[in-house]
Design a protein around this ligand. Sequence first.
Ligand code: AHG
Ligand code: MN
Ligand code: MN
Length: 316
Amino acid sequence: MPSTMNNIAKQGDHGAAMMPVIQGVGRAAIEIAAVLRGAVFRGALGGAGSENVQGEQQQVLDVLSDEIFLEEMRSTGFICAVGSEEQEELLVIEEYTSADYLVLVDPLDGSSNLDVDGPVGTIFSVVKRKTANSERPHVSDTLQNGREVIAAGYVLYGPSLMLVCSVGEGVHGYTYNPNNARFEVSHPDMIVPETGGYYSVNESNKDAWADDMGNKLDGMKEKTGLGMRYVGAMVADMHRTILKGGVFLYPADDKNTTGKLRLLYEAIPMAFIMEHAGGKAMSSDGIAILDLEPEALHQRVPVYLGSETNVDALLG
Ligand code: AHG
Ligand code: MN
Ligand code: MN
């Protein structure tokens, strides 16, 4: 009998409480994967003709994934509000305004890969509200330090459908088995290798990087001899970094002066996973991503995630 996602309920202080939420993420993942597979036949590839709050062109599949994810969070009954990359404001779930938890989500990460059938993902984290349950959830409930995160993870839509998550006790990977329509434990206790792997970065921005990062990267390459891989979808690049080791970075540059990746629904969930897998997750100025104090729902930060030695070589 294969071990399924039910083992989450047995993990640590928050496992049982998070089980329905992670199951909801699993259902959303299955639905989003089906939509992605059939997108070309529905004419659902390409732009939605709208922009998100960050001025980025939304793809039809960004919007559909956001709707699916929100609906599955609503159906759990445990989520009072969702902060999404695709929604300017915090989205309050009117039926459950007194529920305990909020979810932050990047419903479709790496969506520029869609036109070339490349991997994409979903990134999420769960926090407990700070406002009283009798009050309406407020955006301030989302602005919590990463050390307060209760659960986080990602879905990878690749050759297989994977959900990797942590409820604070280890990082475990589940692969969807189409033969029984269940997520089964395939990667228990994921630990980032201390050496080896790859460096992963959009090196075409090198001349524009802040903090002398071009020279620091060259130094690290010389010292370690690491090869390079870059998918351009954070989920896929992080998943490889966790399994193989190395470092994934998106520094600040002339165009993205505070970095490109979003703190609450990209950097913090991935930092939570990286630290729980034994790796290191830093922003610039030697501050761990999980120690940053969020100021805004769609705030951006520089990120350096991976094997400790490689992250230190870049930031030391
Ligand atoms: P999203 O599709 O959610 O906007 O995220 C895209 C992000 C991330 O997935 C990836 O690491 C990065 O953008 C790639 O950026 P570049 O194309 O600038 O390399
Ligand atoms: Mn993203
Ligand atoms: Mn996205």
